[in-house]
Design a binder for this molecule. Structure first.
Ligand code: GLC
Length: 495
């Protein structure tokens, strides 16, 4: 089976969040399942974040130009093999040599170019995959262009497309003024991408893809409702037969407290002495007293509203004032939240510390040092941090939503079952009371140790989920392609 993953980020080359973890680990896991017959490749843009040790390993496949409406843009294609998977990098410094991966005024154009470049990569290399697996709105244009060009390049007719939504809040929404000028789509094709009076690339990809998936079964249900879908529920309901949810896994070799070069004192589920030392080290990093019996609550998160920060803001001071507890946060994001947490760190330096950085290595120290890991998301497609935290023996406290509710079962004080703490309503005091319950259990050493043992033993590897993807790919191959989408496009338009 030939599979091409298309994404805007992948570890270890470029990362702003969970998507990079998935693209950095799922392809190798799928390859592991399929064995020698599989040819699994990945394509991402070339960013300045790619470390020189990887640049040194790369070879230049070819150089060409890519046409985007009236533009003719340079396109270099570099490649290297990582973990048995061939990674392609689309090189265009004008589009991708920027200080951050996203957030430029011309993101629409940058990723429309990327979509065109992906098709060019396919035709130039002759690597027509059986499955093109596209991820999030930055790759939606590749899906749309591929289906649009089926009549012009018969090679695309046998390519089945899976489009995975990692977070429905980011859809790629643009004004119709740039339909032709940037997206190179004609007025005849506007209905493919039109949603709510705007160009909506995610909607276009949902229409065009053979199958649509998201990253947990619960989120697949949730995004069919108005509350969770950021507007797209009517489209997802219309195309519901295409939609499914497959839980992400994590790279259990990269996130392994017994062999993690980023933490000072490795430890395992059987011998957790190292964890106590890692906690002390994190307390030092945060400028807290190193008191082994004070529970340390940690968050590692993008500072975005949907991660539940309004709840945290509502109760944090009260929670810190009323309990013997320390709170440490690592992450960057919305300025208002950054300001709030730096201010609170200044006011309560012995109990609260925010490190406003996106730093993978430091995040491991946070997981390793934590007793409790807080993730009160308003919505959470899958969430990887609760799984990583579990690996490092930090007990998750989550809101019951999306992948959080598919991975964390609440602790039951009568039976001792469960692998974390959870609350249902998006309510700050409900969260605080659950946190306080967790603090009570923390001081019951025997019960706490049993819980941490269970938490560390959870299997969050790709093992089961890679099987689910392989099943999905196989079922897609046995179906006829979503070629009727061809009729959706205005015939014969090669702009
Ligand atoms: C996005 C989602 C997160 C998910 C990740 C990988 O970052 O917000 O829940 O785990 O993508 O799929």
């Amino acid at each position: 089976m030939k599979i091409l993953y298309v994404a805007s980020e992948a570890l270890p080359f470029a990362s702003t969040g969970g998507l990079a973890d998935v693209i950095g680990s799922l392809p190798a896991a799928v390859r592991g399942k399929l064995g020698a017959d599989a040819d699994v490749r990945v394509v991402i843009p070339m960013y300045p974040t790619v470390k020189s040790k990887y640049l040194d390993e790369m070879t230049l496949e070819f150089e060409t130009t890519v046409r985007l409406a009236w533009r003719q843009q340079y396109c270099g294609v570099w490649s290297l093999t990582h973990d048995g998977v061939r990674f392609y990098f689309i090189d265009n410094e004008y589009y991708f040599k920027r200080p951050s991966l996203y957030g430029s005024f011309d993101d629409g154009e940058r990723f429309a170019y990327f979509g065109k470049a992906v098709l060019k990569l396919i035709s130039e290399t002759g690597f027509y995959p059986d499955i093109l697996h596209a991820n999030d709105w930055q790759t939606a244009s590749a899906v749309i262009y591929l289906k649009q060009k089926v009549s012009l390049d018969p090679g695309y007719a046998d390519v089945r497309v899976l489009y995975t939504i990692h977070n429905i809040e980011y859809q790629g929404v643009y004004d119709f003024a740039i339909l032709g000028d940037v997206f190179e789509l004609s007025d005849w094709d506007r209905h493919v991408v039109e949603f709510d009076g705007m160009i909506n690339l995610t909607k276009g990809a949902i229409v065009c893809a053979d199958r649509v998936s998201t990253v947990s079964p619960r989120y697949a249900q949730e995004i069919r409702t108005e509350y969770y879908s950021s507007g797209l529920s009517p489209v997802l309901n219309l195309y519901a037969p295409k939609l499914c949810g497959i839980l992400n896994g994590i790279d259990t070799k990269y996130y392994d407290p017994s062999a993690d070069p980023d933490i000072a004192f490795p430890y395992s589920v059987k011998d957790r002495k190292g964890k106590a030392k890692d906690k002390k080290e994190l307390q030092n990093i945060c400028g807290f007293a190193d008191s082994p019996d004070t529970p340390l609550v940690v968050m590692v998160s993008r500072l975005a509203a949907h991660k539940g920060f309004d709840l945290v803001r509502r109760i944090l001071e009260e929670f810190l004032a009323n309990n013997d507890v320390q709170f440490a946060l690592l992450g960057t994001g919305e300025y208002e939240l950054e300001d709030y947490f730096s201010d609170l760190s200044r006011r309560c330096p012995d109990k609260c510390r925010a490190v406003l950085e996106y730093n993978k290595a430091l995040s491991k120290k946070f997981y390793a040092g934590a007793d409790l890991f807080l993730m009160p998301s308003k919505s959470e497609p899958c969430g990887l941090a609760q799984m990583i935290a579990s690996r490092y023996g930090a007990v998750p406290v989550v809101r019951e939503t999306g992948g959080l509710s598919d991975t964390i079962r609440p602790y039951n004080e009568y039976t001792g079952e469960g692998n974390g703490f959870s609350f249902a309503n998006y309510n700050a005091h409900e969260m605080m009371h659950v946190l306080e319950d967790a603090l009570v259990l923390y001081h019951n050493k025997k019960a706490w140790d049993a819980l941490v043992t269970r938490v560390m033993q959870m299997d969050f590897s790709w093992e089961a989920s890679a099987d689910r993807y392989v099943e999905l790919y196989r079922s897609m191959l046995s179906e006829t392609s979503n070629l009727n989408v061809k009729e959706a496009f205005h015939e014969g338009t090669d702009h």
